[in-house]
Design a protein around this ligand. Structure first.
Ligand SMILES: *[C@@H]1O[C@H](CO)[C@@H](O)[C@H](O)[C@H]1NC(C)=O
Ligand SMILES: *[C@@H]1O[C@H](CO)[C@@H](O)[C@H](O)[C@H]1NC(C)=O
Ligand SMILES: *[C@@H]1O[C@H](CO)[C@@H](O)[C@H](O)[C@H]1NC(C)=O
Ligand SMILES: *[C@@H]1O[C@H](CO)[C@@H](O)[C@H](O)[C@H]1NC(C)=O
Ligand SMILES: *[C@@H]1O[C@H](CO)[C@@H](O)[C@H](O)[C@H]1NC(C)=O
Ligand SMILES: *[C@@H]1O[C@H](CO)[C@@H](O)[C@H](O)[C@H]1NC(C)=O
Ligand SMILES: *[C@@H]1O[C@H](CO)[C@@H](O)[C@H](O)[C@H]1NC(C)=O
Ligand SMILES: *[C@@H]1O[C@H](CO)[C@@H](O)[C@H](O)[C@H]1NC(C)=O
Ligand SMILES: *[C@@H]1O[C@H](CO)[C@@H](O)[C@H](O)[C@H]1NC(C)=O
Ligand SMILES: *[C@@H]1O[C@H](CO)[C@@H](O)[C@H](O)[C@H]1NC(C)=O
Length: 526
């Protein structure tokens, strides 16, 4: 670990990445922060920042036993190192609803159209070799086909998972993907919350008996639509319809995609300035508060089973930039703050059957956190510029399993998101860490005078511990719109190939203050 003075750190930073300099900007006064987490989140799950992989593309990300994907393995290790636990893995997504397990089939066989549409995914026992690429502490949320309406497919899928994944790593079983979209497709138009719930109860009852499953082993929900009054079904509605009356539910889930390229109207709104906006992030996740509360009333966890910023596989020059890192950091920290237990960031490729007017063609999704293999579109395998967000978030969560978050109000600074983190194992009285995200736009092309104006300086002297110097790690890039992962850094290091490159830069406070440039994030350790 390399320690340096704040001054040196800033010089090194500016030289290395051309990031924001500690210049003018404004000074921000934080309100008092309670020494104890009296009005904070529940205890944050160390797996808050988890993953979903489109079933048909999981082997592309993970490789297999003889050829594990080295980049995926390294990136997952970087996360496990920070929290002590690997992220939860959800092989899932829309291709689950046309998937079939065949004990005699090879790892993966895709039935595809000429344009790359996937009709059917057949997987065999070797498919499960994906497990070896992930940390041994990573658990699996296993999805089976509900869309086809053939219970034998679900039965075979669960049986295979028990045999090839094993109970020590199986977290729960999920029936189908985004069942609120089935109506008018694999189910009659008007297929309702009551219809879903009836089928959920019928199938889980049969499967529990038939496969001698433990109680409380199913995920319920997993819906796509935002929980507005127009949503056909939600966690709230299926609980009202009786989904949790038979002792089979382990947890509830819904999906969140705030923006979309599935149609031109929404595509036009999916811009970096709209995404990287603290008010937009919090207002959107706040829609789920009644859903989270409903799950908790049943004493069940609520998770976001699948999410990213822009549905229909993201957007070029938006979700493949460093801006996605700022969006991710704010989204995950806020999700934890409002008691979402875990959030599964979706990785995969464009599915050309998603919509008849979508912007994207086949290929890795523009929002993927990394590109696991070489492709014409993306070039060499590497981490995306957004990966550093997962480093900031996992270090914010920490290793103890006792952290709690709270969003701190900063009146007059809509662009600044401040999260207080208590961690009694690290500090018994007072905040252990503070995450500060400055979402003000600072592009690569922003002139340096204007860039300096986006900086904010926070006086943290009142939170310091006697006799202990606080330290700072910084997430930065040449600009919000940067796309070169080798110039996007966390604590001075880049992670393009999955391992830290460059010398680590851990800063100190300057006379009790920290300066956060526009489009930067810092984590302060007290
Ligand atoms: C508690 O926290 C919530 C959300 O973080 C906030 O809306 C509320 O005003 C806080 N209440 C008090 C008494 O601080
Ligand atoms: C493992 O992956 C390699 C490289 O993609 C492939 O050649 C091999 O057939 C795979 N093995 C199995 C058992 O699928
Ligand atoms: C999981 O544990 C096994 C047995 O100890 C070990 O060989 C393997 O390398 C571990 N996997 C990972 C990804 O660390
Ligand atoms: C169900 O699966 C069968 C076999 O793969 C396929 O022929 C049929 O079209 C599927 N039906 C639906 C509604 O997906
Ligand atoms: C499970 O269901 C299958 C298919 O319907 C049936 O053949 C089998 O006997 C059942 N097993 C148990 C233990 O109920
Ligand atoms: C995002 O935030 C901006 C600025 O507050 C606002 O103009 C825009 O309408 C928001 N977009 C969405 C989709 O909420
Ligand atoms: C993204 O940026 C590249 C390079 O600046 C440009 O060639 C491409 O057309 C842009 N794509 C979109 C969808 O705007
Ligand atoms: C920064 O770049 C983004 C994406 O190219 C663009 O939408 C935005 O208008 C730019 N903002 C400024 C202040 O230059
Ligand atoms: C990543 O690159 C660095 C520096 O070139 C090298 O030392 C390291 O072995 C590489 N790691 C992997 C996993 O390829
Ligand atoms: C440090 O902060 C104190 C109080 O905020 C101030 O009085 C003092 O001038 C500062 N010192 C320097 C070197 O900036």
């Amino acid at each position: 670990m390399k320690w340096s003075t704040a001054l040196l750190a800033h010089v090194a930073l500016a030289a290395a990445v051309g990031g924001a300099s500690a210049a003018s900007g404004s000074t921000l006064a934080l309100p008092p922060i309670s020494a104890h987490p009296t009005n904070a989140s529940q205890v944050i799950d160390r797996r808050l920042a988890s993953f979903s992989f489109e079933l048909s593309f999981l082997p592309t990300f993970a490789g297999n036993k003889s050829h594990p994907n080295v980049l995926t393995r390294e990136l997952m290790k970087r996360l496990e190192e920070r929290t002590g636990l690997g992220p939860d893995i959800r092989p899932g997504g829309i291709t689950v609803d046309s998937s079939v397990f065949d004990p005699n089939a090879p790892a993966l066989t895709l039935a595809q159209s000429a344009t790359g549409g996937i009709y059917k995914t057949t997987f065999g026992p070797e498919f499960f070799e994906f497990l070896g690429t992930f940390p041994n502490s990573s658990r699996v949320l296993w999805s089976v086909n509900l869309g086809n309406n053939t219970i034998g497919f679900a039965q075979a899928g669960i049986k295979a998972a028990i045999q090839h994944i094993g109970w020590d790593r199986l977290l729960a079983f999920e029936l189908g993907n985004e069942a609120d979209h089935y109506g008018g497709g694999s189910r009659p138009r008007g297929w309702s919350s009551a219809d879903y719930t009836a089928q959920f109860l019928g199938w889980t009852s049969f499967l529990t008996r038939n496969l001698s499953l433990p109680h409380n082993i199913f995920l319920a929900g997993g819906f796509a639509e935002d929980p507005t009054s127009a949503a056909p079904m939600t966690t709230v509605s299926i609980i009202e319809d009786g989904a949790d009356t038979t002792g089979v539910v382990k947890l509830f889930a819904q999906h969140t995609y705030q923006y979309s390229t599935c149609d031109p109207v929404r595509d036009a709104k999916a811009t970096l300035p709209n995404l990287v906006n603290h008010r937009n992030v919090t207002a959107y996740l706040d829609l789920w508060k009644p859903q989270i509360a409903a799950a908790h009333k049943e004493s069940k966890e609520f998770i976001v089973g699948e999410y990213s910023s822009v549905s229909c596989s993201g957007k070029q020059n938006v979700t493949d930039t460093y801006g996605q890192a700022l969006w991710l950091a704010d989204t995950i920290l806020y999700g934890g703050t409002i008691n979402i237990a875990r959030m599964h960031l979706h990785q995969g490729a464009t599915l050309v059957f998603q919509s008849s007017q979508q912007a994207n063609s086949a290929g890795f999704s523009w929002y993927d956190l990394w590109y696991p293999v070489e492709t014409d579109r993306y070039g060499a395998p590497r981490a995306a510029p957004s990966f550093v967000a997962y480093l900031l978030v996992t270090e914010a969560i920490g290793y103890s399993g006792n952290s709690r978050f709270s969003l701190i109000d900063v009146p007059g600074h809509d662009d600044v998101a401040v999260y207080a983190i208590w961690d009694p194992a690290i500090r018994s009285s007072g905040i252990a860490r503070l995450a500060v995200l400055n979402l003000a736009v600072r592009n690569e092309s922003t002139p340096s005078e204007n860039a300096a104006d986006t900086a904010v300086t926070l006086d943290l002297s009142r939170y310091l511990q006697k006799g202990k110097a606080a330290t700072v790690k910084r997430m930065t890039a040449p600009g919000l719109d940067s796309k070169d992962s080798s110039r996007v850094t966390w604590a001075g290091q880049s992670y393009a190939n999955g391992t830290a490159e460059g010398a680590e830069v851990v800063e100190k406070l300057t006379n009790g203050t920290v300066t956060v440039g526009g489009s930067e994030g810092v984590l302060v350790f007290f």
